[in-house]
Design a protein around this ligand. Structure first.
Ligand code: ADP
Ligand code: MG
Length: 417
């Protein structure tokens, strides 16, 4: 087990056929704690796989260093790094049984003399013969034990003699995971391992991977573009966009206090509603003809912004749960229902504010009778406001520790699956 550290890592792919070089990562700093499940999330093409491949040793950085534990692994070959990777495409050997796929990394781990190789080969060739005719190899016996232990852990015992083509997609991914676990690496790397599975299987497998990681306690970097996976699986989430780390924090921190507009829109479903508001002094915001007085940490941030002479134009963010259907009053925002999605346990309403023509989304209980085209009134939770400046950065909260020295992560217990 080990912590993982990227230090000022940049990666630029060289130009190909006259095209410009591709700058994928820029001076990225990221520390992952020992035993942590870190989810790396971001839109397609933002550099997630590149980051993972740099850690696995499948690519080398243009500059910067990568550490696993206290070892700098930047110059080491993949096999020397003590990491194991699971790919989206499973990457199983089609001609090998499940057992041999799981044991593949173990059999390659150390170089052997030709005589040892012959002994191991004889062991495998004779292993189904009566005991007296078997050729014993201690190394092969250890490997077989390890394969059985992994198969027990993942409940793959019944599949050990099958070929990959005789497995379902979910089973194949489970075997690929088994191959990674068998080597007992210091770090697991998983690159969108669930994206080839159907939705129902994905939900179940997600919970199993979380449970397994908690049981083994192995540091894990898990890449996904799916924000639901990001929210539900990791101790912390790192959001990547355009080769830069946008925010690193627990799922709830990112959901509640996104550090910029990108994170606000990327994390959470539906995305945070954004409204152009004016900062009008006295800790107030104005939207059209209505004034709002935010509460909680945002109130302090706004007062500090106003006393510091910050700009007037802000983006005001509100999560769907911070708007609710309410009676018509001076305060509440009149809006027209433009779309309604009944989800059984709740409704997701899309409404157009009558003043300013902005669209917002909110949740309502299934009993609340509303029809498309109807005029409704929306009440804003004063503690729900999140404010972003003209550059899209969240207004700093006064209580926030300032400066770049982030505290050591305290890993919360993962929820029981
Ligand atoms: P993600 O996994 O987040 O979708 P990648 O890390 O695969 O993103 O790719 C990031 C960017 O780098 C993309 O624009 C991709 O086209 C480019 N890229 C990836 N691999 C190579 C390569 N070997 N050569 C050149 N460009 C590459
Ligand atoms: Mg990728």
């Amino acid at each position: 087990m080990a912590e993982v550290r990227f230090q000022q890592v940049s990666k630029t792919y060289p130009p190909r056929r006259g095209s410009a070089p591709v700058e994928v990562l820029r001076q990225l700093d990221l520390s992952i704690a020992d035993g942590e499940f870190l989810v790396l999330v971001g839109p397609s093409g933002c550099g997630k796989s590149t980051l993972l491949r740099l850690l696995a040793g499948l690519e080398s950085p243009s500059s910067g260093e990568v550490f696993v534990g206290d070892r700098c692994v930047t110059g080491l070959r993949p096999a020397e790094r003590d990491v194991a990777m699971v790919f989206q495409s499973y990457a199983l050997y089609p001609h090998l049984s499940v057992a041999d796929n799981i044991g593949f990394g173990l059999r390659r781990q150390r170089s052997r003399t030709p005589l040892q190789q012959l002994g191991d080969g004889l062991h495998r060739a004779t292993r189904r013969l009566p005991r007296a005719l078997r050729f014993p190899s201690a190394r092969e016996e250890r490997i077989e034990q390890r394969i059985r232990a992994v198969a027990d852990t993942l409940e793959l015992g019944a599949l050990l003699d099958r070929l990959p083509k005789e497995l379902s997609g979910g089973q194949k991914q489970w075997v690929a995971l088994g191959r990674a676990i068998a080597r007992q690496p210091a770090v697991f790397l998983m690159d969108e391992p669930l994206s080839n599975l159907d939705a129902k299987l994905r939900t179940g497998t997600r919970a199993q991977i979380v449970e397994l990681q908690r049981r083994l306690g192995t540091t894990t970097v898990y890449v996904t573009h799916d924000q639901v996976e990001a929210m539900t699986m990791g101790h912390r989430i790192a959001v990547l966009n355009r080769g830069r780390l946008q925010q690193l924090g627990t799922p709830i921190e990112l959901y509640q206090w996104p550090s910029n507009l990108f994170v606000a829109q990327f994390i959470g479903s539906p995305p945070m509603n954004l409204l152009p508001v004016l900062s009008v002094g006295g800790g107030q915001l104005q939207l059209g003809s209505k004034r709002f007085l935010p509460e909680g940490p945002t109130a302090d941030a706004l007062l500090q912004w106003q006393s510091g002479g910050g700009g007037e134009q802000l983006s005001g963010g509100l999560r769907a749960e911070h708007l609710k259907l309410a009676p018509a009053t001076n305060r509440n925002l009149p809006a027209e229902v433009s779309h309604r999605e009944a989800l059984g346990n709740e409704q997701l309403l899309t409404c157009r504010l009558l003043e300013g023509d902005h669209l917002v989304q909110l949740r309502a209980t299934p009993e609340q009778a509303v029809a498309v085209g109807q005029t409704v009134h929306l009440e804003v939770d004063p503690a729900g406001w999140r404010l972003f400046d003209g550059a899209g950065e969240a207004l700093p909260r006064p209580a926030e520790p300032l400066g770049p020295s982030a505290p050591e992560p305290v890993l919360p217990e993962l929820p029981a699956s």
